[in-house]
Design a protein around this ligand. Structure first.
Ligand code: AMP
Ligand code: ZN
Length: 473
């Protein structure tokens, strides 16, 4: 597969360090609040990259951290009158709830900064020993000018960077470009013992320490949003390479997603223009949100608008309805003597799968890949429409095609229901309606149809019985 590497600014053939294995680190959330829809973009797109690499046959170790100590964590815990640990526990649990609803698989390892203080201290000690960091009144800073490669990821020279650098009140650094690896204890803040006195880690160092612990000093892929290129990832690369001292790059492929925009501005907590994923999922089916994220290339910016989300919800409903129709027909319309041309059908499916594979291998072009999935939807729908009976093989091939696409994209499978009613409730109401119709109680049967419609379910009466579908607007 080819991946766009931000280090070289071009698409490169992906070749892992160790044959058959991929070491993949993705920067995770700071757990002081629910994550917003913008944050969910990297979680979703890199979940798909991980699934795709697994499909290609690699054993992927996917590490995504939880930042559970930083200024925002401390501020929010103080505001809420709880400890930083309590705040982190609460929002880690909420992360998993939202991630599951969005079809985001849990990472192989999800390390927390506060549980890796020893590893962080070790990493800082190595950087000091190798001459790239210094201690200043209980703080430790990375000495940026001692690191010749600094700026190679963000493609800026030191003068430009220096122009934008500032020294925050209380910082004791020698040069405005330097950044904190360790911060001396301040009153009211959590702290740990260290060789430099009591204090806590700076933000960037946790990713260097945890990445090397779980994946080794040199890894294949590191991902996050584009806003992380500078300073976070530039700093991580400098720290990790300064600590390892092995002259090998910390990361071979740096992969970044574009922004999710709202009214053409980056969605962010600090701007206050955000919608949490939790709130968005009360408005739109979670799978519509996932579909929306995958309907654009991961590096392009995307606009979060009600129209785009409704369009995505329609897409998901069309997919789900096709799978439901297929299941329904497989119960009553199988006929191995049907004159349906299964060979042509199989060839068309194979061609679509080849196109899908090419798109995914082309820097994870999920937008094009989804187009091929809808090629399958179209093919299955028209086969069902044009043929009263179909051979068993038609159903087998179609179902396994959908399983393949849905597994990779993490979209709804056959059994998933995206309405707020569960399937038993829907089936029970349909039975009640069928009985009401038999008893000529049309008032009740209409009531049930209208009620289901208000919940986004459309009924269709067929000679084989009543089918339900998610409404398509
Ligand atoms: P944070 O919790 O702020 O560290 O963000 C977690 C992840 O979300 C990081 O990879 C960020 O780069 C990413 N991110 C934050 N805002 C956006 C946005 N508006 N669009 C896309 N990604 C974002
Ligand atoms: Zn990070």
């Amino acid at each position: 597969m080819e991946l766009f590497n931000d280090l070289t600014r071009r698409k490169e053939l992906f070749t892992p360090i160790k044959e058959g294995e991929v070491t993949f680190y993705s920067c995770g959330p700071t757990v002081y609040d629910f994550f917003h829809i913008g944050n969910s973009r990297p979680f979703i797109v890199f979940d798909v990259l991980r699934r795709w690499l697994e499909y290609l046959g690699y054993k992927v170790t996917f590490v995504q951290n939880f930042t559970d100590i930083d200024d925002k964590m401390i501020k929010r815990a103080n505001e809420e009158g709880i400890t930083v640990k309590e705040l982190a526990e609460k929002f880690i649990a909420e992360y998993y709830r939202d991630a599951k609803a969005l079809g985001i698989r849990p990472p192989t390892v999800a390390p927390k900064a506060t549980e890796h203080i020893n590893e962080i201290i070790d990493t800082i000690s190595k950087i000091i020993k190798n001459g790239h960091a210094y201690v200043s009144e209980g703080d430790v800073y990375f000495d940026v000018k001692s690191w010749p490669n600094y700026g190679s990821l963000c493609k800026q020279n030191l003068d430009d960077l220096e122009a934008g650098a500032r020294v925050e009140p209380g910082e004791k650094k020698k040069d405005p470009l330097d950044f904190a690896l360790w911060k001396a204890k301040k009153s009211g803040e959590p702290f740990w013992q260290s060789p430099w006195g009591e204090g806590r880690p700076g933000w960037h160092i946790e990713c260097s320490a945890m990445s090397s612990k779980y994946l080794g000093e040199n890894i294949d892929i590191h991902s996050g949003g584009v806003d992380l290129i500078f300073p976070h990832h530039e700093n991580e690369a400098a720290q990790s390479e300064a600590a390892s001292g092995n002259n090998k790059p910390f990361v071979n492929y740096w992969v970044h997603n574009g922004f999710l925009l709202i009214d053409n501005k980056k969605m962010s907590k600090s701007e206050g223009n955000f919608t949490t994923a939790r709130a968005a999922m009360q408005k739109y089916p979670p799978m519509a949100i996932r579909f929306f994220m995958l309907s654009a290339h991961y590096r392009s910016p995307i606009n979060f608008t009600p129209e785009a989300l409704e369009q995505a919800a329609n897409g998901v409903a069309r997919l789900k309805n096709c799978i439901d129709d297929l299941n329904f027909a497989s119960k009553s319309r199988v006929d191995n003597n049907s004159d349906f041309d299964i060979q042509i059908f199989e060839k068309e499916l194979t061609d679509l799968k080849a196109k899908f594979t090419d798109a995914m291998n082309d820097d994870l072009n999920t937008a094009a890949a989804i187009g091929d999935l809808f090629g399958v939807v179209h093919l299955v729908n028209s086969s069902l429409k044009d043929n009263a009976a179909l051979p068993e093989k038609f159903f087998e091939l179609s179902k396994s095609a959908f399983d393949f696409y849905n597994d990779i994209l993490g979209l709804p499978g056959q059994d998933e229901n995206l309405s707020e009613l569960d399937e038993n409730e829907i089936e029970n109401l349909i039975t009640e309606r069928t009985n009401a119709r038999k008893a000529k109680n049309f008032k009740r049967s209409d009531e049930i149809r209208d009620f289901l419609k208000s919940k986004g379910i459309t009924l269709e009466d067929t000679p084989q019985g009543t089918k339900w579908k998610l409404s398509v607007n």
